[in-house]
Design a protein around this ligand. Structure first.
Ligand code: CA2
Length: 159
């Protein structure tokens, strides 16, 4: 493995999540994508993990990120595939293919919204899903992922 990343997790955000904090605050809150990514980096660090954050509006780019995660030896994925969650068999297949422990996150409670948001293809390939906690869902997801992969909270003396 050329570029092993054995304490790296990927945080992948899909289409339109770059607009966070600019519109629809009643649904998605006021935090920006930069706020989400900061939260993820800080939460991951508490478990000795490095969060690498990517956002793309393109399905194929997200598929490529998932493949890259495997080739780099990434140990976990946090995925909010946005609307592709509800449509993308390609993302589902990529996650199944790489076999990396994945947590699906949605900022909003997709089950309390339109029926077309109730089903998620990507959730079927994740070991856990979380929705409706706003951006705190990312923190909860990383905490759960850390427990799943055996990454222990680091103490101040470890840092
Ligand atoms: O609740 C979530 O996190 C979603 O994944 C967000 C997606 C939506 O399609 C999913 O059903 C649920 C949409 C992200 C769009 O984010 C925006 C943020 C601000 C303004 C406009 C869009």
């Amino acid at each position: 493995m050329a570029d092993a990343a054995h304490n790296t997790i990927y945080v992948l955000n899909g289409p339109n999540l770059n607009l966070l904090g600019t519109r629809e605050p009643e649904t998605y809150g006021h935090a920006t994508l930069a706020d989400v990514e900061r939260l993820c980096v800080e939460t991951a660090a508490r478990f000795g993990l490095t969060a690498e954050c990517r956002q793309s509006n393109h399905e194929g780019v997200l598929v490529d990120c998932i493949h890259e995660a495997r080739s780099r030896g990434v140990v976990g994925i946090i995925l909010n595939a946005g609307a592709y969650s509800h449509t993308s068999i390609a993302l589902h297949d990529a996650l199944i293919g790489v076999k990396i422990p994945t947590v699906e996150v949605h900022i909003s409670n997709i089950h309390a919204r339109e029926s077309f948001r109730h089903h998620s293809f990507t959730a079927k390939a994740a070991f856990a899903s979380i929705c409706g906690f706003g951006i705190d869902g990312y923190r909860l997801a990383i905490t759960g992922l850390a427990a799943k992969i055996g990454a222990k909270a680091v103490t101040q003396t470890d840092i």
